[in-house]
Design a protein around this ligand. Structure first.
Ligand SMILES: NC(=O)C1=CN([C@@H]2O[C@H](COP(=O)(O)OP(=O)(O)OC[C@H]3O[C@@H](n4cnc5c(N)ncnc54)[C@H](O)[C@@H]3O)[C@@H](O)[C@H]2O)C=CC1
Ligand SMILES: O=C(O)C(=O)COP(=O)(O)O
Length: 643
């Protein structure tokens, strides 16, 4: 439902009354709080609880509805599977969504399809570029990578577009490690070259033809054409040789474990892995230069990042032992391929076994692929039946979870928050968003919001309180009403930064119950004017605070006034002289228009002095009703705030 809060706000009688909306980057007065974005019920958080769907949507403008999350019963989400996926994963997806398996799409076809898709599943063969996210126009809520490496997905663009990226980080580890070991062993014994030489000389079609008709002749021809090069393909032994594993993560450590079983001496280089992990496998972690200079075999297992790109190059090849052998099942880009050809030609590198290439597939005339001392496979590391079923299930579960609004444990571009934490914070997440949504409506003037200070009061140790979701929700609450942006947990920090919104967090210890994660959340907007002067605290900040009572968010502080109003509907705040009859007058006006009051609270400085009346209303009062409230004699200022 489209709504315009601007219209309602223009009725506010206040010296600072203005239709100028607060802006983070100043914006014009014509901005309205449009909520007309097509419902995109995904990527929120879903937490079952006493108040079903207690976490409001992190992925859509859901004010007032507050609830979420799964695609409505009538609309099943749409999942585009752009590369071959194991049947078990497909079957899980089909139970939940409409699934379109369209392989080998051109970039144009992919862009056209994502505009109709809530989720996209790929392997390493599909480039999910910025253009793809732009073409989806916000519809794409999750990209699932059925494998580990996400270098084919533009993560920055995904984050900017609020699209979650999940991968399947564990199910193909063993397959990749086994492939690494297969390449290592096969290379050491020249298996591929020897096999090719034996088969060379006779084309298979000829062989079959001849075999069928002249069996004897075929055998003779085979013997004459093939090569039996026992001397040429003398191999090298593995036992006692030094293997340097570069990148001691999941695959690297499994390769190390297997290589130890083959009797190799294994060392590793990985600046980010704990030394104990390597020691537990009897592997020594060494500096990069040492690893490459003492190794007989070097196996690459790091991700492709700006730091690892072309980490093997002319300079580093020059530091290697003459006759070193290289295995790469990580990413082609970690090797400077031209430099590798030079190192092979000059004998620095005796052999290389490569599963991955800078360009995939590599050019037909690639000197590297055609080099006689190089063994190649077409990116087969993850291609076992078992691994493909595994990644399919792993990614399907993550995608379905994300579409249901759950935070994926395999999220690549969003904080991973354990489900227990999410479940506990559920009502506070609603509180956080609503406080953000209310406070931004109190801003007036042209300065724009720059600083937000959030104070979490809690009896818990700071380490036991993960505030990332709360911060994201406050950001969402503040930014969405004043922009056309779509904020969720994926892009909240990015969006805030982009808009110059500095959010600082402070935790204050309170001596209360540690059973509940938070006593209260207080938000200050610093250095801005307010259209409701009473919302300014002594420090001059617009200040609101709230807490959760019996699972329901409550507004408990406005400026310096303590109040208590449940945040289940919209709120009217009035500052009035504390005298009898005000509540009755406002109640009567609202009653005449059939606006139901769900909560009511008065906070005052001292009896018969200034008071704030906070009234929670289920419906949105009409302009005329608000005008009548503003005309009540004792009311000095008032504001209608929409949740
Ligand atoms: N060929 C294939 O089909 C497959 C390839 N892979 C690739 O294998 C690689 C490793 O995958 P996983 O082990 O699952 O990842 P992982 O994240 O578990 O391990 C990567 C390791 O590399 C380390 N690392 C990062 N920068 C480094 C640097 N500059 N120097 C040394 N180490 C560094 C990290 O600390 C981490 O321990 C990835 O590139 C992945 O895409 C994975 C599966 C299949
Ligand atoms: O998981 C990875 O990183 C891989 O490289 C596997 O790629 P694939 O899924 O086989 O295209």
């Amino acid at each position: 439902m489209a709504s315009s809060v601007t219209a309602a706000l223009t009725l506010i009688r206040s010296p600072a009354m203005t239709t100028n909306f607060p802006s983070i980057l100043p914006i014009s007065s014509s901005v309205s709080l449009s909520t007309s974005r097509p419902p995109s019920p995904f990527l929120g958080l879903r937490v079952a609880g006493a108040r079903e769907a207690t976490i409001s949507d992190l992925g859509r403008k859901s004010h007032g509805q507050g609830l979420l999350v799964v695609a409505s019963a009538s609309s099943r989400p749409f999942v585009l599977v752009a590369e071959k996926l194991g049947e078990a994963g497909l079957s899980l997806l089909r139970d939940f969504a409409e699934v379109d398996c369209s392989y080998n799409l051109s970039p144009e076809e992919l862009r056209a399809k994502v505009a109709q898709s809530d989720a996209l599943i790929v392997r390493s063969g599909t480039k999910v570029t910025r253009e793809v996210f732009q073409a989806s126009k916000g519809r794409l809520k999750v990209v699932g990578r059925a494998g580990v490496g996400i270098d084919n997905v533009d993560l920055q663009a995904a984050t900017e577009n609020g699209c979650l990226v999940v991968n399947a980080p564990t199910a193909n580890t063993i397959a990749a490690a086994e492939h690494g070991i297969a390449l290592l062993s096969g290379m050491a014994r020249n298996i591929a070259q020897a096999d090719a030489s034996m088969k060379a000389g006779i084309g298979m079609p000829i062989l079959v033809y001849v075999y069928a008709f002249w069996n004897l002749l075929a055998v003779n021809m085979y013997a004459a054409g093939s090569k039996w090069l026992r001397n040429k393909y003398v191999g090298t032994s593995l036992v006692g040789k030094t293997l340097a594993v570069l990148g001691f993560g999941k695959v690297g450590s499994e390769v190390a474990r297997r290589a130890k079983g083959l009797g190799m001496h294994v060392i590793a280089h990985d600046p980010y892995t704990p030394a104990e992990k390597a020691h537990a496998l009897g592997v020594e972690l060494v500096p990069f230069d040492k690893a490459i200079s003492v190794a007989d075999f070097i196996s690459l297992h790091m991700p492709l990042t700006p730091t690892t790109a072309k980490v093997l190059n002319d300079e580093t090849f020059a530091k290697m032992k003459k006759g070193v052998r290289i295995i790469n099942v990580a990413r082609g880009g970690v090797i400077d391929e031209d430099a590798l050809v030079r190192a092979l030609d000059n004998g620095t590198v005796a052999q290389a076994a490569l599963d991955v290439f800078t360009a995939e597939p590599p050019p037909k005339d690639s000197k590297l692929v055609l080099h006689e001392n190089v063994t190649v496979t077409p990116h087969l590391g993850a291609s076992t039946v078992e691994a493909q079923e595994g990644v399919a299930v792993e990614v399907a579960e993550a995608v379905i979870g994300a579409l249901k609004g759950e935070l994926a444990a395999t999220a690549v571009n969003a904080p991973m928050v354990p489900s227990e934490v999410i479940s506990e914070l559920a009502p506070y997440v609603i509180l956080a968003e609503r406080l953000g949504r209310l406070i931004v409506q109190l801003v007036a003037g042209q300065s724009g919001i720059k600083g937000v200070k959030v104070v979490y009061r809690s009896a818990r140790n700071p380490d036991d309180l993960d505030t990332r979701i709360l911060r994201a929700m406050i950001t969402k609450g503040i930014i969405e009403p004043i922009s056309s942006l779509f904020v969720n947990i994926v892009n909240a920090d990015y969006t805030a930064k982009q808009r110059g919104l500095r959010i600082s967090e402070e935790r204050v210890f309170v001596d209360s119950c540690t059973e509940t994660p938070l006593d209260s959340i207080q938000i200050h907007l610093t250095n801005v004017g307010s259209k409701f002067a009473s919302a300014l605290s002594d420090s001059g900040d617009i200040t609101l605070a709230g807490r959760v009572k019996d699972g329901v968010p409550h507004l408990t502080l406005v400026g310096s006034f303590s109040i208590d109003v449940s945040l289940e509907g919209n709120v009217i705040l009035c500052r009035n002289v504390d005298q009898p009859g005000n509540i009755g007058k406002v109640g009567k006006i609202l009653g005449e228009e059939n606006v139901n009051i769900n909560f009511m609270s008065v906070g005052r400085t001292a009896p018969k002095e200034l008071a704030i009346m906070a009234i929670g209303v289920d419906e949105e009062p009409g302009k005329g009703t608000l005008k009548k409230i503003g005309e009540i004699q004792a009311i000095e200022e008032f504001v209608f705030l929409k949740i």
